[in-house]
Design a protein around this ligand. Structure first.
Ligand code: AMP
Length: 279
């Protein structure tokens, strides 16, 4: 596996591969890799000739500097896992390589997809995500890019913006990989005690129960029940629990045909998100 650290070298590599008519599958990550990331890399390898995985903790998508500083960085283990998975390139740039003109704030019109959930709770977050993804796409020139449904709203924003900005890249969503008990895998789980991981099982259980509750009691009551359930766990600080239209991400009602339950909460100072299709 090649390790590329500069923008120019990345451009040279992608030009070389694409000029031979080969496809590039791209998996952008912030490192601290786990089986969720591995599943994206495996899917990319099945679908494309070459696989590029970026490991870059993007400062412009963090709205709290303490969160950015606490973000786990595990270069050696990441490299080992990517080698094992057969990735062709690990792209590991510095902040200066990605933002040579400084990390100035950008503002995209996300057409309302940032109106709810992560949008209001993490101001500037999705602008930072679109900023880094477009910069990485310019360097990696992928045919297909693979993102996890774990970050459901992010996937919706990227799919929409990549089309709107005219990129010729297929954005492919991949299912959330979970621990045996149901906890969605996340780099942030590394910062949790065993006890907190156990407590956090209530998140996926509540999402699953919501599917049943929507059938039995309708959308409003199901939302109230889930909110009550999550608020009753003393270790949780609930940020939001929302039932939204899977396509538009607007609040769902009983007439909505496809519904996603989305949750964000804090435990032991770590912010966890999860979501599930519940109708
Ligand atoms: P991150 O490193 O957290 O920015 O994630 C990089 C990519 O991996 C994103 O597209 C995430 O949605 C995806 N991802 C993170 N956790 C999981 C998971 N448990 N299952 C599937 N994909 C995931």
């Amino acid at each position: 596996m090649k390790i590329i650290t500069t923008a120019n070298e990345m451009l040279d590599y992608s030009k070389g591969v694409r000029s031979l008519g080969s496809s590039i599958g791209f998996v952008p990550t912030m490192g601290a890799l786990h089986q969720g990331h591995a599943s994206l890399v495996e899917t990319a390898a099945r679908n494309c000739d070459k696989v590029v995985v970026s490991v870059f903790v993007n400062p412009t998508q963090f709205n709290q500097s303490s969160d950015l500083e606490a973000y786990p960085r595990t270069f050696e283990t990441d490299k080992g896992l990517l080698e094992q998975l057969g990735a062709d390139v690990m792209f590991y740039p510095t902040v200066d390589e990605i933002y040579p003109d400084g990390k100035s704030e950008v503002s995209f019109d996300l057409d309302g997809l940032d109106e709810f959930m992560e949008g209001p709770n993490r101001p500037g977050h999705f602008n930072g995500v679109v900023q880094v993804v477009t910069r990485l796409f310019d360097l990696v020139n992928p045919s297909k890019a693979f993102f996890g449904e774990k970050d459901f709203q992010q996937l919706a924003v990227i799919t929409h913006m990549i089309e709107k900005l005219g990129y010729d890249v297929d954005v492919i969503g991949c299912p959330t990989v979970r621990e045996a008990g149901g906890l969605a895998m996340s780099s942030r789980n590394m910062r949790l005690s065993e006890e907190a991981k156990n407590t956090a099982l209530a998140i996926s259980k509540t999402l699953q129960q919501t599917r049943v509750n929507i059938e039995d009691f309708g959308v409003d009551k199901a939302k109230d029940l889930a909110t009550l359930e999550l608020k009753s766990v003393p270790q949780f600080e609930l940020e939001y629990f929302e039932l939204v239209d899977t396509k538009t991400l607007k609040p769902a009602n009983d007439k909505t045909s496809e519904i996603q339950a989305c949750v964000a909460l804090w435990i032991e100072g770590v912010r966890l998100i999860d979501n599930m299709k519940v109708k």
